[in-house]
Design a protein around this ligand. Structure first.
Ligand SMILES: C[S@@+](CC[C@H](N)C(=O)[O-])C[C@H]1O[C@@H](n2cnc3c(N)ncnc32)[C@H](O)[C@@H]1O
Ligand code: SF4
Ligand code: SF4
Length: 346
């Protein structure tokens, strides 16, 4: 079985230099771009946090994403780009060109997708340049898939996505064994009974891992009691299926134990060129917005007083509306760089 990010949490220690700069009051250049090039989707998940925005069907125009990519490339700091929404990135008419451009700039790619457009030449070119392709299935059977994703055509349906995943695994084995094909399952009231089916299907399709998270801030969010019960099962499945697939994630609501200070290791840009402090800006657009890199130079936005102000004013209760991986990263860096200074000792 392949290893999927074996040293998951320890990766944050590679940002030692950046963390030192932040602690001294300087904002370092980001190493990762979180990019949301499109506000449209061919699925219609009732639990989607972005369903209102996706009704606009807006996509970033070619000259704008080229300006943003080019400017970031000239900074020579980005190593990784994650296409993460806010609708379906693979529906952007320029997605193939974006993938080729990112690759030409030496950026490794991560793609979070509903899997409906993972095919043909764009899939091949993505696999060659990607560290992971994460397909949000939210189900393990056609019946639940239809209820959760509400596809309108066969091309967007369960069987087509399963075929695409199988083909992605086959191509990956030949083109780039370092590209992980990961199955994602966001769990809510409508699909939690399909958890074990999904693990079986992910194994059958040849995926490297399956990740579970909870739907948040939508009517289909589970209550804490059920989250806890199901989470125990998921932790058991990690052991039961250990030989067949890596089961990751948790359904429990995470807590933010220390102040968020590591956000400048990444820059989040949406389809309008707006830069936010992190991808969890949906319920705090005004207070999380740093500036706009279509209208302004990246450097002007990034090194602005506004960026410091946004970082300073982050509110714990707003962050805890989500299960953010930075909770753990901030805590680790706080423990090892501020409280104990263990990373300075060898
Ligand atoms: C917004 S989608 C965008 C990318 C792509 N369309 C997809 O579904 O993978 C990215 C991820 O956010 C998750 N997501 C959507 N709404 C959510 C919510 N309310 N709470 C937690 N996760 C959510 C989806 O399950 C998906 O895995
Ligand atoms: S596929 Fe992704 S973007 Fe589309 S509706 Fe579902 S969660 Fe939202
Ligand atoms: S949700 Fe909060 S803790 Fe997480 S990255 Fe955003 S600001 Fe930081």
């Amino acid at each position: 079985m392949k290893q999927v990010f074996k040293h998951m949490d320890a990766r944050i220690f590679s940002y030692y230099n950046e963390a030192n700069k932040i602690l001294k009051g300087t904002i370092p250049l980001p190493r990762m771009l979180n990019f949301m090039p499109s506000c449209l989707c061919n699925h219609n998940c009732p639990g989607c946090d972005w369903s209102a925005q996706n009704k606009t069907r807006y996509v970033m125009p070619a000259e704008q994403w080229k300006k943003v990519f080019n400017e970031l490339h000239l900074q020579n700091s980005i190593r990784f780009v994650e296409f993460c929404g806010l609708g379906e990135s693979m529906l952007h008419p320029d997605i193939h060109e974006m993938i080729l451009t990112a690759g030409a700039y030496g950026w490794i790619i991560g793609m979070i997708t509903n899997g409906t457009r993972l095919k043909g030449k764009v899939l091949e070119d993505l696999i060659k340049r990607a560290a992971f392709i994460r397909i949000s299935m939210e189900s393990g059977s056609e019946k639940v898939f239809d209820k959760i994703k509400r596809p309108k055509s066969e091309e967007d349906g369960f069987e087509a996505v399963c075929r695409n995943i199988k083909e992605a695994v086959r191509l990956r084995n030949g083109l780039n064994p370092n590209c992980n094909i990961d199955y994602k399952f966001t769990v809510g009231k409508e699909n939690y009974k399909d958890i074990e089916n999904a693990i079986s299907l992910a194994i059958e399709l040849g995926c490297d891992s399956i990740q579970f998270k909870s739907y948040r801030n939508v009517p289909s969010e589970l209550d804490d009691l059920l989250k806890g019960t199901l989470d125990k099962k998921i932790q058991d499945f990690k052991e039961i299926y250990r030989e067949d697939i890596i089961v990751t994630g948790s359904l429990k609501s995470s807590r933010m134990e220390s102040k968020c200070f590591m956000t400048p290791i990444h820059v989040l840009v949406d389809a309008y060129g707006e830069v936010y402090n992190c991808c969890y800006f949906r319920h705090r657009v005004g207070s999380h917005k740093i500036g706009n890199v279509v209208r302004d130079w990246f450097n002007k936005v990034w090194h602005s007083d506004r960026h410091r102000e946004v970082m300073r004013d982050v509110k714990k209760e707003e962050c805890e509306l989500y299960d953010c991986k930075f909770f753990k990263y901030n805590q680790l860096m706080q423990d090892f760089m501020v409280d104990s200074r263990e990373l300075d000792i060898i």
